[in-house]
Design a protein around this ligand. Structure first.
Ligand SMILES: O=C(O)CCC(=O)C(=O)O
Ligand SMILES: [Fe+2]
Length: 476
């Protein structure tokens, strides 16, 4: 599931990366406003020069003759044009703000490319689709019933319209176009017109094409009427379908099992007799549990500190089996401070954490998700990975997933075959067995990450390998 990718340094794929991009934007704005100030100073200086000259306005030949016939005026004319002109001309020509322009160019070189923009579109599409959000709500900052202080501009609505159109999502495209039209501003400034000036007629045309492509030419009169309605009016024949189990799971609307318990675990390791851990059963078979409050604030800080993120030797990205699906930026963490975390994993599971295993730290980005998958490799199925894992330590028996942050909206872990939603909670550890007692992959452990809507999701994961548990776990 994990593979190294050359394009791994996308801003979109982690909040960490997006934060860097925000910093670049702020620096650019600082340079631009310095540049503007320098231009303003120049303008001011030239204005002072013109005011100082206070030349009389001479209309014709006779007036000029009269002017230069006065020696004081003639002398002044000579001195000004001989002594001052070259200096003023030099100043007028000078490259005021050149250094600022260079600095801006350097920042521009760091601007996100197409790949990054594409991931951002995909993230927005996922959020809209999975959570069944209305474009009109999204555009004014209403996300899953929660009002945020954020909005989308006309340019953003239209960009999403074009993206959805190219994805053949014609109903969504039409909604975004109608929004763009609704919020469109006509600019009189030429530069503004060039950069933000969307022709309303052009947007209307795109709306109609999207509606026709998703519907029928015969219904054009209806589509025309839709255009005159506000963006909150539903489009004709665009009723919502029945939500999928995946959507219900991501919303957290699946029925909860009431037969499971929570308790203090005193017994899995001798240490727990002194310091029992809060444990919640999530499922008996496959075995899934959550431990609450098992990381200290200090450990959480270390695991989400951007300076530690740099310690990672490589940036990894996840990819789906058929689709390149970039969702997060991850890396291994080698901090010696985490020895205790590995000890805690042993206490929670009663198993061995191999010395060779590193904790993996992951930070997620815009609309990030992870498609359903099992964490096992399946050693009986010949593959490169199977050969490697057989040599290294067997299959991934247990996954230990620490949530090192809360997530404000979305971003649940969903066991897609068991219909169990687990909400990230800072300091909790979700633990499950990927293999059954005979070491066979348990397909019921299939899980995924629902798209993150709002928040900075961090996790720390460790896998416990099969061979390490030789003397710890009884097979049947
Ligand atoms: O972060 C999560 O909720 C799950 C991550 C996961 O499934 C994985 O890393 O394999
Ligand atoms: Fe996984």
């Amino acid at each position: 599931l994990i593979s190294n990718s050359t394009n791994s340094k996308l801003y979109t794929s982690s909040v960490l990366g997006l934060t860097k991009l925000k910093e670049i934007e702020d620096l650019y704005i600082d340079e631009l406003s310095d540049y503007m100030e320098l231009l303003q100073q120049k303008m001011h200086t030239l204005k002072l020069y013109l005011e100082k000259l206070q030349l009389e306005k001479l209309e014709n030949y006779e007036q000029r003759v009269q002017y230069v016939s006065n020696p004081l005026k003639a002398f002044g004319l000579l001195r000004r044009t001989h002594q001052d002109w070259p200096k003023w001309h030099n100043y007028t020509k000078s490259d005021i703000g050149a250094a600022k322009l260079i600095a801006m160019e350097q920042l521009l070189a760091k601007a996100p490319g197409n790949d990054d923009m594409m991931e951002a579109y995909k993230g927005m599409h996922r959020i809209e689709e999975v959570y069944d959000l209305e474009a009109a709500d999204m555009a004014k900052g209403l996300l899953l019933g929660k009002q945020y202080d954020a909005k989308l501009s006309t340019a953003e609505c239209l960009a999403l319209g074009d993206y959805m159109f190219n994805q053949s999502e014609f109903a969504r495209a039409a909604k975004w176009y109608r929004l763009g039209l609704y919020y469109n501003t006509e600019y009189s400034n030429d530069v503004f017109k060039q950069i933000y000036g969307f022709e309303s007629d052009e947007i209307r045309k795109m709306f109609l094409i999207a509606r026709i492509k998703g519907g029928s030419v015969d219904d054009v009169p209806i589509y025309l009427r839709e255009l005159s309605h506000g963006p909150h009016t539903p489009l004709w024949k665009s009723e919502k379908g029945i939500p999928s189990a995946y959507q219900e799971g991501c919303w957290g609307r699946l029925p909860r099992r009431r037969d499971l318990t929570c308790r203090y675990n005193f017994t899995t390791s001798p240490f727990l007799r002194l310091a029992p851990l809060k444990m919640e059963m999530i499922s008996l078979d496959p075995y899934i549990v959550i431990y609450r409050d098992v990381l200290s604030e200090q450990e959480i800080r270390l695991a989400t500190d951007q300076s530690n993120f740099k310690l990672m030797d490589e940036v990894w990205t996840y990819e789906n089996k058929d689709m390149m699906e970039r969702i997060s930026t991850a890396g291994m963490i080698y901090l010696k401070e985490f020895a205790n975390v590995n000890q805690r994993i042993e206490d929670m599971t009663g198993l061995n954490v191999s010395l060779s295993e590193e904790l993996q730290i992951v930070n997620f980005g815009l609309g990030a998700h992870l498609a359903p998958h099992g964490d096992y490799v399946n050693l009986t199925q010949p593959s490169k990975l199977a050969t490697l894992f057989t040599k290294l330590g067997g299959d991934r028996l247990v996954t230990v997933l620490f949530y090192t942050s809360d997530v404000e909206l979305g971003g649940a872990t969903l066991f897609s075959k068991l219909n169990i939603t687990v909400w990230p909670q800072k300091g909790s550890a979700l633990i499950w067995y990927n293999l059954d007692r005979s070491g066979r992959p348990d397909v019921l452990t299939e899980h995924c990450i629902c798209p993150i809507i709002v928040g900075n999701r961090w996790t720390l994961t460790q896998t416990l390998m099969e061979w390490d548990q030789m003397f710890k776990r009884r097979c049947l």
